[in-house]
Design a binder for this molecule. Structure first.
Ligand code: PBG
Length: 331
């Protein structure tokens, strides 16, 4: 209830720093952040991603150092993505099932070094391993086959869980994969491995720099519109979320982030489940481009966007700016 002026002056509570702090409705802390990292072969390697200024691909030793950095900054989870060497990519993405692949080596090294001090989230989808850059298995017409792909994703997820992954995050948008992965985790004695499903993932133009970072950009022909969602739709996102929760997801993700705040809000209102936003590579690149062009302050732009996710109802945000944001928040 709001009274009439001058009984009510909305500016009264905004007049001082302490009062603004007292009346702040939403809070961002480093524990809201998930830091996505790119892994590459070799040792002592830091390979900058040209389209993501400030982001590098790290060899496993560097990834372990980043994990320790995250612990020091109070970031609870890191997300891993591999840049698979071209010679290990294939039509069916078999490298995804190799227990000694780059991802598994990185997971093990982090768990050996940091134990329960940090959670490791791993992406499940075949695109970092396929020679065509699609997330699944293709038929002769180039269509991504649903059920064959789900079987491959189950193997990939179990491979990651065996290596020590804490949160399995399927980003492929196949139908039925959450149920299939959940059953396999139960049967494989991994009852406490979480699933954070990329439940509402849109066919977006904001993923370009990521595809550079994992090396699938040049390989990909066409688009992913037969499995990722149409940006025009939101009722459909609620159906996707409802299905994934029923199939055994512990939390759901909306991706990309800022252009889809309405989806985050609707999901949180309707289901009350933990919702995460992925502030994707193109969103990171736009903030950096604004800073480089002198048309905006990186830190201010970043913090305003991150609090918007909290306001919309997010439990947390995947962002390449996680260490920058955590440093700002830690003062
Ligand atoms: C692949 C995957 C993508 C991203 C995360 N997992 C790209 C895609 O679907 O083509 C995008 C992340 C980003 O842009 O930061 N399954």
């Amino acid at each position: 209830m709001t009274g009439k002026y001058p009984n009510t002056r909305m500016r009264r509570t905004r007049a001082t720093t302490w009062s603004r702090a007292l009346h702040r409705e939403n809070l961002l802390t480093p524990t809201d952040l998930i830091w996505p990292l790119f892994v590459t072969e070799g040792s002592g390697v830091e390979d900058p991603v040209a389209s993501l200024p400030g982001v590098s691909r790290w060899s496993v030793d560097g990834i372990v150092a980043r994990a320790k950095e995250a612990v020091d900054l109070g970031i609870p989870v890191i997300a891993l993505f591999p840049n698979t060497p071209p010679e290990k990519r294939s039509d069916k993405g078999e490298e995804a099932h190799n227990p000694d692949n780059l991802m598994c080596r990185a997971i093990k090294a982090i768990k050996d070094a940091c134990g329960e001090e940090i959670g490791v989230l791993t992406d499940v989808a075949l695109d970092p391993y396929t020679s065509h850059g699609q997330d699944g298995l293709l038929n002769d017409a180039g269509y991504v086959l649903n059920d064959d792909t789900v079987a491959a994703l189950v193997d990939q997820a179990i491979n990651q869980a065996e290596a020590g992954a804490d949160i399995i995050a399927p980003s492929d948008m196949m139908d039925g994969r959450i149920h299939a992965i959940r059953m396999a985790l139960e049967m494989g004695r991994h009852p406490n491995v979480q699933i954070m499903s990329y439940a509402a993932k849109y066919a977006s133009a904001f993923y370009g720099p990521f595809r550079d970072a994992v090396g699938s950009g040049d390989l990909l022909k066409g688009d992913k519109k037969t499995y990722q969602m149409d940006p025009a739709n939101s009722d459909e996102a609620l159906r996707e979320v409802e299905l994934d929760i029923a199939e055994g997801a512990d939390s759901v993700m909306v991706k990309p982030g800022l252009a889809y705040l309405d989806i985050i809000y609707r999901v949180k209102q309707q289901f009350g489940v933990p919702v995460f936003a992925y502030q994707v590579s193109g969103e990171y690149a736009m903030i950096e481009a604004a800073e480089a062009a002198g048309i905006g302050d990186r830190n201010a732009l970043l913090m305003e966007k991150l609090i918007a996710f909290k306001r919309a109802g997010c439990s947390g945000v995947l962002t390449y700016h996680a260490p920058v944001a955590a440093r700002l928040l830690n003062g």
